[in-house]
Design a protein. Structure first.
Length: 241
């Protein structure tokens, strides 16, 4: 019995170690860019040996791909948890409005998620061959993203694909064009500017779904716009388990 308990603990420790490696690598990729980060850098930040990283993931490229897969899993899990947290007593339009606006606030609070994904998509090694514009892994991620859309969107939205595209434009644009935000909202902090960016999206969504002024979410701070949902309450960490 003692051996079984020890085995379970070891498996849990291994999973936590792998998550620590991915989290450390993700932070470094955001800070320095993929090409400027080595396995040695990741091992030092994660507090593990080079060989352990290679044992779990292989070369640096595989660490990066594991991060992208983890991001997809993480965002997909949050979306489903958020869907469950929205009151079913609201009208369909109100539910869609709240889902999209809360989710946008969550993504703006976690710019690393979009930053790493954008860097990965546009890295030369992910270019496709022949008629394919992108690598097989990129195409697989796109297929997963659309296949895993919450029921709330696929069942209630007239055009789920277009709704998701608009969401990606707003969440990704805040990362891709971050240096321009200071010109759009001068004399504001980054946090205040991101809130103003959220307001632009919220205004469009409210108009699209005929949300009255009384039904709209109050725009106080981004953090207050992120509801507490099971397992996803800490917005200061890159990954939350």
């Amino acid at each position: 019995m003692a051996q079984r308990k020890q085995g379970r603990r070891s498996a849990q420790e291994a999973e936590q170690t792998k998550l620590d490696i991915l989290t450390s690598a993700a932070v470094l990729f955001c800070e320095k860019g993929y090409n400027q980060v080595s396995i040695r850098d990741i091992s030092e930040k994660a507090g593990v040996t080079h060989s352990l990283i290679r044992h779990y993931f292989g070369p640096k490229e595989q660490v990066w791909r594991a991060i992208i897969d983890e991001i997809h899993s993480f965002v997909n899990g949050y979306g489903k948890a958020l869907e469950d947290a929205i009151s079913p007593s609201l009208t369909n339009n109100q539910r869609l409005y709240r889902y999209l606006c809360h989710f946008m606030a969550f993504m703006l609070m976690k710019p690393q998620l979009c930053q790493i994904m954008l860097d990965y998509i546009h890295h030369p090694q992910n270019e496709g061959e022949g008629e394919q514009a992108y690598s097989a892994h990129i195409l697989e991620l796109v297929d997963k993203a659309f296949a895993d859309m919450p029921d709330l969107i696929t069942e209630l939205a007239d055009n789920p694909g277009q709704l998701m595209w608009r969401f990606l434009i707003h969440s990704g644009g805040a990362v891709a064009f971050r240096p321009f935000m200071g010109s759009a909202w001068p004399q504001m902090s980054d946090e205040q500017a991101l809130l103003e960016h959220w307001k632009l999206y919220e205004q469009d969504v409210a108009q699209q779904f005929d949300i009255t002024e009384e039904q709209r979410l109050p725009a106080l701070t981004l953090a207050q716009l992120v509801p507490e949902v099971a397992g996803f309450t800490d917005c200061d960490k890159f990954f939350v388990r």
